[in-house]
Design a protein around this ligand. Sequence first.
Ligand SMILES: Cc1ncc(COP(=O)(O)O)c(C=O)c1O
Length: 379
Amino acid sequence: MKNKIIYLDHNATTPVDPRVITEVTSNFQELYANASSSYFFANNSRMAIENAKTNIAKLIGANADEIYFNSGATEGINFALKGLALHNNNSKKHIITCVTEHKAVLETCQYLESIGYEIDYLPVNSTGEINLHDLQKAIRKDTLLICLMWINNETGVIHPIIEIGKIARTAGVYFLCDATQGIGKLPIDVNDSGIDVLFFSGHKLYAPKGIGAIYINKSITKQNKIQPLMHGGGQENGLRSGTYNTPLISGLELAITLAKEEMNANKIHISNLRHFLESELLDIEGAYINGENTLRIYNTTNICVPQLDTEIFIAINKDIAVSNGSACTSAIIEPSHVLLAMGLNNIDAMNSLRVSIGKDNTLQDIQFLIQRIKLFINN
Ligand SMILES: Cc1ncc(COP(=O)(O)O)c(C=O)c1O
């Protein structure tokens, strides 16, 4: 029998919801026609894609023709940043982002820097928040865009996207928002938030890996202000060539719909588990929560526990999945760039554990983790 894994790393990825698996697998058999083919049999595939766009758009306050499917957030980030920056005749060469963004944003910005763009990386304070005056001050005449995440994947700290959107709108610069950790957990409306481009991945909300979506405000595409990353058959209005993955698109649609329907119940359940986890761990002498006393997403705890060498803890506890950084970098032994930016020293950063709770976790899972942490530090 397979040993049970206590999975508490939902910010890295989530298991696929069984209802989504059923939808996707049946569509592998039923919706396999190439949606771009002209024969009648492809109509169902085309309709499934259109329906998915309509439903996903509705959930974020967008229009169906503003949704484009892709492989996930990394692709969306690369497409949006490079596509807007490299747009022909672009005289605006300045970009604003933040030191605690995901590596997909930071590395793409560094690439743009290497070919002549200027990037301002806003700092954060000790609770992981940006200063909106800093943002305002950083805007220049040649600022093209602001790229700031909604929710930090390591700490769960929530950025004030409505205020950021207002600042961007007033200044006439694009606001690109990495919503990867927020979609499905909190409601969002791209209009209220003044977001011009928003990206996310399906696998963070119980859909399969390899599918994601990007919202691009029509004002950008109408005026051809973004250039594609993928050239080819001209799918997605020429902005993202490549045969549509209809089964995964329908899986993403179902996963988002379920997340929306079950959002309140999941929020209550997960918040209760996190409250229990934090109150138990904060009892340990010297323990503190990274990003405490600021708005954080309800499923994430990033806690520094003295004497908890997280690398050893993770290596020893093979039946527990928790993280000490972001999944993309966890193979590399170095302290989290997010925690260092918040002012932690190397040791505290390495002694910080990220626990990200999912809808199927139970109180027993949390008790199991707490017990193992206490056992570890008492030995
Ligand atoms: C905030 C954030 N942005 C972007 C990404 C990249 O997503 P993906 O690996 O699905 O492309 C992640 C993944 O961890 C993330 O948490």
